[in-house]
Design a protein around this ligand. Structure first.
Ligand SMILES: [Zn+2]
Ligand SMILES: [Zn+2]
Length: 332
């Protein structure tokens, strides 16, 4: 029931295989939770405390696979390192949240990720898009913005909202008298929230998986991989029937890996799955294995993975909490 592909010593960028790399596995607030640290509860929250004791400036093993690091969770984001038929690596980034810069510093360096080739957005909430300004840090430097823009795939609804949040990233031409300022160069590409409308990002075909993220809001997950079938659903409170059919084992398309939202350990939440709903969904969809993401500070990585190991043995489907920096080789 153990997952291979935990963080290794060397990084894997030259390995001739595709992989998914978990750049972030935490909720919108991230972990540690700031309020937990400045107004500690009694007794204090051990999860947040352990991440504090291992903050980068005090932690000589900043990038090592330590207990504290597994409690340190940035906004949900996945990097698909797609090794195409040409043998070249193509880097497809899903979501660019508030913590993107920290994720680059921690994990792009560790896993030797040299650039981003395309970006895919699940939706336009702060924890999925507020790092777009920092995309320029992973683009070639040009004082005049004279570089090839990075394609970014998003729905029209997300585009409308991102245009209001970042007008300077959407603006095509400088107005008269406006100085050139260096900003992320993005090529906006509209996708549909429809399982039947796949699109291709840097050679990788992705199928949009519309799901409810609160009953007033549709968010996208994505299914990708021809050989190893992966579905990524980071923000969900209810899986729509068409999407459920598309990714369930009963459709004859059993997923090799399901990556699924889980915000809290108990109860339910109006806009996210909590553990009971996530495990119910795993039982219905029956993937070969599942990894959970989006966890708040209620989750203790090691303790809760113990519980999940027992659950997995009982139900016959391996399920574990993912952690930031986790790299899983997959044959896409
Ligand atoms: Zn806490
Ligand atoms: Zn959201």
């Amino acid at each position: 029931m153990e997952f291979s592909g935990n963080v290794g010593e060397k990084g894997y960028a030259l390995e001739p295989r595709s992989a998914v790399i978990f750049l972030g596995t935490g909720c919108s607030n991230s972990v540690p939770n700031a309020r937990c640290l400045i107004q500690p509860s009694d007794p204090p929250c051990q999860v947040c405390l352990s991440s504090l004791s291992l903050l980068p400036d005090r932690n000589p093993n900043y990038r090592s696979d330590t207990i504290g690091l597994q409690m340190n969770r940035c906004n949900t984001s996945l990097l698909v390192d797609f090794c195409g038929r040409d043998g070249e690596h193509h880097y497809v980034l899903i979501d660019v949240g508030k913590t993107f810069r920290e994720q680059v510093i921690r994990w792009f360096t560790f896993h030797k990720i040299p650039r981003i080739d395309s970006i895919v957005l699940t939706h336009e909430h702060a924890d999925a898009v507020l790092g777009l300004d920092d995309i320029r840090a992973v683009q070639p430097h040009s004082p005049t913005n004279d570089i090839a823009p990075t394609p970014i795939y998003l729905t029209q609804e997300a585009m409308d909202s991102v245009g209001m949040k970042f007008p300077y990233l959407v603006q095509k031409k400088l107005k008269e008298g406006q100085e050139v300022r260096r900003v992320s160069q993005l090529e906006w590409k509209i996708i549909e929230n429809d399982c039947k409308k796949p699109f291709v990002a840097s050679g990788l075909e992705l199928v949009p998986l519309p799901v409810m993220h609160g009953e007033d809001y549709i968010c996208l997950g994505f299914r990708f991989g021809e050989n190893c079938k992966v579905a990524y659903v980071s923000d969900v409170s209810r899986i729509l029937p068409t999407t459920e059919h598309y990714i369930s084992e009963s459709n004859g398309q059993q997923l090799d890996l399901l990556i699924l939202d889980t915000l809290r350990k108990e109860g339910s939440h109006n806009v996210h799955f909590c553990l009971p709903q996530s495990l119910d969904a795993v039982k219905r969809l029956r993937p070969k294995r599942a990894l959970l993401i989006g966890m708040s500070h209620e989750f203790d990585h090691h303790k809760d993975n113990e519980f999940l190991r027992e659950w997995s043995t009982r139900e016959g489907i391996p399920v574990q909490l993912a952690h930031d920096g986790l790299r899983i080789p997959v044959d896409l």
